[in-house]
Ligand binder design. Sequence first.
Ligand SMILES: *[C@@H]1O[C@H](CO)[C@@H](O)[C@H](O)[C@H]1NC(C)=O
Ligand SMILES: *[C@@H]1O[C@H](CO)[C@@H](O)[C@H](O)[C@H]1NC(C)=O
Length: 994
Amino acid sequence: MDGVAEQWLFQRGRGYHFALIIFCLSTLSCFVSAAVNPTDLSALNALSSAWGANTLKWTAGDPCTNKWQGVYCDVTNTKVVSLSLSSSSIVGTIPAAIGSFSGLQRLDLSFNSRLQGPIPPEIGKLTTLLELNIQSCALAGLIPPALGNLKSLTFLALNNNQLTGEIPYLIGGLQNLHWFDVASNNLTGRLPVSSMNSDGVGLDTMALCEHFHLNNNSFSGGIPSELGAPPNGSPPKLTKLKHLLFESNQLTGSIPDSLANLTSLEILSLSNNQLSGPIPASLTRLATAPGSKLQQLLLGHNQFTGTIPNLTPPVAGALGLLVVDFSYNSFDPQPFPSWPQLASNITTLYMEQTNLVGNFSEEILSHRTLQTLWARNNSLNGTLYIPASVGPNLQVVSLQSNQFGSVVRRPSSTNLSKVDFQLSDNPVCNPDDPFRPATPCGAISGIPPWTSPPGACGAPTCSNGFTFNTQNSGNCNCVDPFHVTLECRRPTFSRFTDELMERLRVSLRNELGLENQQVMVERAMFTSDGRADIDINFFGVDGASQPDKDTMLNITHSLKGDAQLPSLSGFKPYILRSVEASDLLLGHKNHLGPGAIAGIVLGVFAIVSAVGIYAILQKRRAQRMKHKAHPFAHWGIGDGEKDVAAPQMHGVQWFSFAEIKKATNHFSVENEIGEGGYGKVYAGVLASGERVAVKRAAKDSMQGAEEFKNEIELLSRVHHKNLVMLTGYCYDKGEQMLVYEFMANGTMREWLSGKKSYPLDWSKRLSIAIGSARGLAYLHEMANPPIVHRDIKSSNILLDDKHIAKVADFGLSKLAPDGADGHIETTEVKGTLGYLDPEYYMTQKLSEKSDVYSFGVVLLELLTSKAPISHGKFIVREMKVAYAEEGMDGLEPILDPSVHESSPQDLQRFVDLAFVCTEDRGADRPTMNEVVKALEALAQHNKAKAKVSALATDETWLQDVYGDDAGYSQDHTGGIKSSFQYSGGYTPHIPEPK
Ligand SMILES: *[C@@H]1O[C@H](CO)[C@@H](O)[C@H](O)[C@H]1NC(C)=O
Ligand SMILES: *[C@@H]1O[C@H](CO)[C@@H](O)[C@H](O)[C@H]1NC(C)=O
């Protein structure tokens, strides 16, 4: 079905409008109007009323000819063939009317994290559908068996929802499906196969399927032998299956012999189930057969017994495996296997807790391609010899908790500084032994994240999440590129190198037909479950921040998981996450060259439709995607020296103790700007001149190295304009410190309490509310994993030098132990008096809604300028009581006079919002996203006053809220724009991050 008719439809090449004009001139007529058929129109109207015409940006007129966003029609403009509503901030459920479209071929509702409720069975009526993508929403309920009617479907992605129940076996009737992804749901039951039902269909009959992504669910029962051996003895049907991902379920029983018939398999992942018995010899043959395609054999975290398979290939050096995981099984005691040395291209070997005993042969450490070796929790003993020549790619050798009695480095052993040997909890590292070697007994470090090496302009040091393009030597301006994250679920590598990342960059450039300087791989890291997340920036040509909309669409189309991009094979399977792409279209993968475009314009009707599509794209303003400068650290080795091989960081930097000591003037009292249960906060100036705030953990609130590292990784991934940015850390000389960007304009609390040079008018209060709400919404909705702040309060809302409000101290629960100033001390509950969610306090069950409560208290502070508890009065109760008695009049004595700069209606709305946020029951409170929306609506009403306000104070203010709007900052108000940039005449105050 990848026919021409479909291809032109999604093509948005630059050649279009040019060819179009010529065509229109030559025919002297260019009819444009046609009406979408009534059936499709009513379906669209049903969606519009369910999800909101404003959210969808579906305004009046005909959907096909009037450019409804994400709606694509056929050549006649009478039929809707594609709905691309990915990342569209849709809130609500999928209405049954979605099944009424008459000829829909693509339905993409992915990445709408507030799209809830069940998948309506009516989707099964869309029998013309080729692609159904509803991944990464919040859908619940069953997978409707009616999806089995979608006989043309080639791509089905339901992953990352909350779906329950079984996979309906009728899905097995989808004979054209090549991508089947239901990973990361709550699905249960047995894996359906044809022998289990009278229709004779199941997973084993999906003959064209290449991808079974069923991981991270709760499937039970055995792995059906039918997958490799159909019940009637006919040859296996799954001859195309490449990725079989069953990991993280509750599968039991042994591995059926017949899996070995799946000879196209590249990744077989059965890890983290309850599988048992010996690993069948047939699987060994599958992996070792000459020409075997198997690259990853992942069997860790099961209950396999017997011996670890001997994967010695029949032909020396011909083992194609790249990643092998046998960890955490119940194997018999046995020596470390020798076959890994014969696996010519192996990168990653997991042998943790596999009952290995005896000596460890040093040869594997010289392996040419091996990157990481994980063999902790075994009983390897004797002497660990480190060979004279260590493999060039070796990065981590994890041998903790074994029985090594000594370590010997062979003479003239190569420089080991790049290899992280971990031997703690071995006799050789006995802490009581003063002669224990320092290096292998030191702290655990793990795989360092990677960041782009600096280009000709050096490393980017842009503020506000902007970055500059390290690939573009002629332009060192800070810009705001199109930012995506490639989430590689099963990478074939376990370390990042400059070469690997450059290869990825060049591949993307070539495959997407971009110019060299348009692609920058910015950083990469492994998540705890072995996924590799790679952040990529795409720039426009000629120094423009972002590519044009056509190119962005092509990028997202082309990087859809099932796209045929051969050079990305080592990164598959992946999903593409466009970060904060609130209105990016994730469209179709096809991309045509100029020749095809020329062919297209020969069709009269094609042109008509092209007008519509081109106009849609023209109309939409490029959406800004601010999610940059994720700082990543090289994990320092903790002995005061930076690893010389570490790439230069522009995000989270590692600092030595000496550097921080210098920056903070020996942690002098003058530099102290705050104190909490975790320790003190210091202002500092780095050698580069950059001002920072340093949080120094007190001795008794230090975490383990791994925890600290996880904390930093978490913090470094959380990136938003309205969150205080972690710029570095120090893990050296027994110290743990976090280094944050300096917030020159202090806390919201200081502003409210009149410690600043002028009082806050209403526009500025609104701006603080919106900024901090956006930061918090980001933590709840976009951070992965989501983060509950737990300590939202006005002294945790800081203002930077442009008066942009930023939330501080997120994710620091471990650094902020109970019992410190203002912290409630119970077994679980953390927070500050006056802001504490009563429901959380009662139940000790934490959720995002607890933050919403605290934020509601912050809103009340903005209304009153009062502290949440002052003169023994609790602001929430005081206001609610006053309001209950006399309405707004009752509030009058408590409100700050500035609030009357707002209209009475808007003031009422703001009060309502603060009250609903502070409802007693979490379920009655809105989500932060809803709070943001409500505040943004108020800001819209307040726009005119905001202009006056910005001019009045001669300061940088309000740009966070209004600056994105071209109409505001350019058209009428050059004066304001320049005042945004002016911040003279004002003495910055010391920040108070806690
Ligand atoms: C190892 O990798 C090289 C280069 O990618 C490839 O040519 C070779 O066939 C691989 N070896 C095996 C045994 O798969
Ligand atoms: C190492 O372990 C093996 C097997 O458990 C044992 O036979 C041997 O004596 C041990 N060697 C040393 C030096 O402890």
